[in-house]
Design a protein around this ligand. Structure first.
Ligand code: FES
Length: 66
């Protein structure tokens, strides 16, 4: 098993390095094929568990509403 490191990007995804598998909230396994992946932390992605950059749209809406 390799070392896994997770970094939370403020307002964005969790950057995961060195994982072999990601478990989603339902316990489903998603195999990781790359050394670094971005996992959605906002819950808005259409490609769960992966970040599809939808968090950027939600941030634009928050700024526009401020
Ligand atoms: S964190 Fe990027 S879509 Fe959720």
């Amino acid at each position: 098993m390799s070392e896994c490191r997770v970094t939370q990007i403020p307002g964005g995804p969790r950057i995961v390095r060195g994982a072999d598998v990601i478990l989603d909230d339902d316990g489903n396994e998603h195999r990781v094929e790359r050394p670094v992946v971005a996992v959605c932390a906002c819950g808005l992605t259409q490609r769960a568990p992966w970040c599809d950059a939808t968090h950027k749209v939600s941030q634009v809406k928050k700024v526009a509403q401020a």
